[in-house]
Design a protein around this ligand. Structure first.
Ligand code: CA
Ligand code: CA
Length: 231
């Protein structure tokens, strides 16, 4: 447990260091993974939604989107704001993002921007189906990319999954608002047939304080391995 806790603390601190150094996709802190645009990758950027609830859902509207993934919101009480956000003051919106890829997945990176109420961060789950049935995969971590106080908190978050070796090329991600009055503002989805941690440590970050953090992690890692009997 301690190892898990320390690892989360490490990721949180690292995120504070890295969020400012990664390439910003927009002013709201979303980042551009280094693999975006490379072979065997897909990317989608949703900023203006056209379906508040139900089918056919929302394809990525951002220029250059290659994802083909569809975002569907399920609460019938949600509606579109003038700027094309999905808003729901009656109840907590729930979402499904469904995608297929022309390659076996190495990683999936999801980024969201919300205004007002926040997402239920524990609700974010990826599922896929194979011969063994339906499998649910928890994200490796949630990274808070930005938080600013406006009409409620405006929050940008990033989740990443490692699907290496699972042979997955069709999956969906479910997530939900923590409560009513969430305005769902934007979404990015990046997939790749390989895995590397996003955002990537920058040269500057690695040169300084992050080095100390890596040493801290190494110290925590060895006792954890001993406890697991893998020394
Ligand atoms: Ca796709
Ligand atoms: Ca928007």
């Amino acid at each position: 447990m301690n190892f898990v806790l320390r690892n989360r603390q490490f990721l949180l601190i690292l995120s504070l260091l890295l969020a400012g150094s990664a390439t910003n996709a927009a002013t709201n802190g979303l980042v551009v993974p280094a693999f975006r645009g490379s072979a065997n990758s897909e990317a989608g950027y949703w900023e203006v939604f056209t379906m508040a609830a139900g089918a056919p859902g929302n394809l990525a509207d951002g220029a250059g989107s290659t994802s083909g993934a569809v975002l569907t919101q399920h609460s019938p009480n949600a509606f579109l704001t003038g700027s094309g956000n999905i808003y729901n003051f009656t109840d907590a919106s729930t979402f499904t993002l469904a995608d297929v890829t022309p390659f076996a997945l190495g990683t999936v990176v999801l980024q969201t921007r919300t205004v007002g109420s926040e997402l239920d961060y524990s609700s974010v789950q990826l599922t896929y189906t194979d011969g063994g049935g339906v499998h649910s995969v928890a994200p490796l971590f949630r990274l808070e990319l930005d938080r600013s106080v406006g009409n409620g908190d405006n929050v940008s978050s990033l989740w990443q999954w490692d699907l290496s070796g699972l042979g997955v090329s069709s999956y969906s991600i479910a997530f939900a608002a923590a409560e009513s009055s969430m305005s769902f503002d934007a979404l990015t989805l990046d997939t790749w047939n390989q895995f590397s941690v996003v955002p990537e440590p920058s040269v500057a970050a690695l040169g300084g304080i992050a080095g100390l953090l890596l040493l801290t992690r190494a110290r925590n890692f060895k006792p954890a391995l001993r406890r697991l009997g893998k020394h």
